[in-house]
Structures are given as C-alpha cells and as structure tokens.
Design a protein around this ligand. Sequence first.
Ligand code: SAM
Length: 287
Amino acid sequence: MFKVCSSQTMSLSSVDFDYLRHLVRQHSAVTLDAGKEYLVELHLSNFVRQAGFDTIANFVEHLKVSKFGQLHIAAIEHLVNYETTFFRDIYPFEALKDHILPEIIERRQSYQSDKIKIWSAACSSGQEAYSIAMLTREHFPTLNKANLQIIASDFSHKALTRARNGIYSALEVKRGLPANLRKKYFQPSGNEWQIDREISSMVDFYQINLINSWSDLPFQQVDILFLRNVLIYFDINTKKNILYKMKQIIHPQGYLFLGGGETTLNLDSDFERVKLGQAIAYRVRTL
Ligand SMILES: C[S@@+](CC[C@H](N)C(=O)[O-])C[C@H]1O[C@@H](n2cnc3c(N)ncnc32)[C@H](O)[C@@H]1O
C-alpha cells in the first residue's frame, strides 16, 4: 500500500515563498514568478524530506535562523531552471560552422596567434558546450587544445558536477543529438550515456556567477559567447549589467548569441544585431 503524503505537509505559505524568492534572487539574480508556489513545492519537496525536515515550513524556518551555508545553496540550486538540450535551437550552431569559425580561422591564420575562445556561460548540465566541442571535432579537425579553448561555466555547483561528469539519460541524448554523434562520441553506462573523454577534455569548466565581479576571470577576449536562456530570468538592471560586462570580455570582432526569446534591444545600444544564415547574433558596434 502506498503511503499518501498529505499535500498540506509540504505546502508553502506566501511568507515562506517570499523568503525563498528573495534567497534565490540575492544569490543568482533569478526571479521566481509570483504565484508559482506550486513549482517551489514541486522542486523542493523531495529534497526537504531527504534533508530530514517534515515540512517546507520547518526547512525554511531552519534556513532563516542559520548562517548561510550548504542547505541554503542546495535550496537555491533546486529552484533554478536547468532546461537545456544538445544543439538547442540549431541555428547558432549552423552559424558557428558555416560563418563564424571559418571567418575567425582565416583571420587567425593571417595575423593572430591567440587561441579561439568560445564561452558557454550558464552552461547548465553541459550539453551546449559539448555540442560546440562535437561540432568543432566534426567540421574543424585542425582545431585542438592548442588553438581552441571551449569554456563552460555556471553558478550552480550541482549543474557543473553534472556537466563535468558528462553522463546523460536516454531521454537527454534523444533531445537534439543526432544519432550518428551519439554513436560516435557516447558510450553506454548502465541506462545512461557517457560522453567520450575525447570530447569532454576539450571543455574547461569554471564556477562563475554572472552577477559577481569578473575582475579575476581566468580568461579574456572571448571570440564567441553563448549566453542563452539565462538573461530571461533576470530583471532589467541585471540584464544591463551583465551585457555591460560581456562587452568588456568579448573580442572586438566577436559574436554573442542569446536565447530565442532574448535580445539586447532596449538594454544596450552598443550591440548590433547581425543575421548569419537563420541565426541572430550580436556584435559590439565599432565607432
Ligand atoms: C535554462 S538554463 C540554460 C542553459 C543553456 N545556456 C541553454 O541555453 O540551453 C539556465 C542556466 O543558467 C544558470 N544560471 C542562473 N543564474 C545564474 C547566474 N547568476 N550565474 C550563472 N549562471 C546562472 C542556471 O544554473 C542554469 O544552468
């Protein structure tokens, strides 16, 4: 017989919801929409039980009276959206293959010797960065660790651990990943799929919170920046601040990709929109 857990035990008061919203916002800038208490309940209930609390209310009470620590971080990390797929919204990857990488490679051959740098900022469980790695391995075999750096970052330790492990469910490898690439670059691991070291070793992972200072970023002058499906969770000032910081990092001839529902319009007029095939990218205007 199943033990039925009363929905009341895990239901969330508006005061506790506001506390959690504030906590998430303060540490990630992500805004949880008002009226989405049920989503918080959905994402926190199991974790709260596993952590030994009977109710979300008791858990929140504990967070309120405790010094900021691992449980606060875990709560925040359970409430952020990690949705991603391999080759998500395919057009930026086509633009990378057909326009951007050929252009940069040609430029590098004539007068630049720096590594080509591609940054997947807010990489979630790594599919975006690994898609870039597989694409370059397939179409630009002369690119390797000596002349290409693929950087993947996220603020979430939970997301980065998954990304570094490179292990994906059967469902995840069905989303966006062409069958030939799955066969070529993944090995079965129980019911899951492990990406080959040949691909995972192409990506350098860092824990970077987009809202913190970037004065000590371990890289500069990024040629191609994937900042997709994360600005959408931030308020206008946070979006502006992050775009401002991106401008300092991006190579003067570099490209920025945002998510399908995101734009620099009305946020930063220094970016201009360019169409590359079916993809929209942004470049910093030159005066
Ligand atoms: C919806 S996923 C997008 C993943 C990927 N960029 C894509 O488009 O498929 C959003 C990611 O943003 C990350 N994120 C949220 N707030 C962040 C912040 N302040 N700094 C860095 N990453 C953040 C989350 O942890 C999550 O992995």
